[in-house]
Design a protein around this ligand. Sequence first.
Ligand SMILES: Cc1cc2nc3c(=O)[nH]c(=O)nc-3n(C[C@H](O)[C@H](O)[C@H](O)COP(=O)(O)OP(=O)(O)OC[C@H]3O[C@@H](n4cnc5c(N)ncnc54)[C@H](O)[C@@H]3O)c2cc1C
Ligand code: FES
Length: 264
Amino acid sequence: MIQEKVKILWNNKISPYYYRIGFKCHSQYSDATPGQFIMLRFADQINPLLRRPFSIHRLISKDGAIEALEVLYKVVGKCTKKLSMCTEGDIIDIIGPLGNGFITSDNYDNVFIVAGGVGVAPMLFLASYLQKNTDLLKCTVFLGSRSKHDLLCKDDFLRLGMKVLITTEDGSAGRKGLVTDILETSIKENHPDIIYGCGPTAMLKSLTLISETHLIPCRVSIETIMACGIGVCLGCAVESKKTPEKYLHACLNGPVFDTKAINI
Ligand SMILES: Cc1cc2nc3c(=O)[nH]c(=O)nc-3n(C[C@H](O)[C@H](O)[C@H](O)COP(=O)(O)OP(=O)(O)OC[C@H]3O[C@@H](n4cnc5c(N)ncnc54)[C@H](O)[C@@H]3O)c2cc1C
Ligand code: FES
């Protein structure tokens, strides 16, 4: 983990509320795993006071060395609004890589990735990591969003050679409904070795139930409110399903958890 002030290299609007921001980062990020995150604040500014957590979306390397880190973010409030107004050359202050990422394995031949809305942010890093570092044979990506305007990264997954199934709540792209609606049918046709998920809490609860019913391991990245990201404030407690711990902390023990380990 390292704290550094870094220069913004790009900050591109990709859809009405979504941006991709890239900045220089330390070579330590070459060991980062998908699901890990950074805590970000504006350099030398006190407003907003608290850092905000963002998943690593992509690591860009040249000649084997990490050149830049990219975050995909949705504008929802004070920090993300201010971030959307940053331009190339502005300086931000980041701490990372933080937390525990997704556990991957060469034993998984067939993987399902399920992403709801901006929950897709860590999943592109996961998809490219699986493709580069494991013996994966087949990966199906389920993208769910409110409308076509919140549908992100479809072409990136397609470029990785993955099958992409789309649902939108208003039916403006793909099938109308929830991303979990098509999951059960796909499981019956093509039983995966593991399901990886990130998205709204309701989606993660649904993934937990589906994976229990079909006896499939499932790991999800959760989005709790985080004030410090490094285990100091204890504000990111998550109820544990296992004893002796009553609570786990999303920033230290997560944000990626086995769905058998926590109550979502
Ligand atoms: C591990 C982790 C990874 C994340 N990765 C991403 C990502 O890659 N892209 C992305 O767009 N968002 C991500 N988030 C959510 C992101 O941190 C919040 O959207 C951001 O902090 C909002 O800041 P704000 O000042 O713009 O909004 P605020 O004005 O603080 O709040 C606006 C809304 O955002 C919610 N929110 C505020 N702070 C947090 C927080 N720390 N965690 C979750 N929700 C919050 C509030 O409940 C409120 O509804 C992640 C959260 C976590 C915990
Ligand atoms: S965010 Fe402070 S302890 Fe986890």
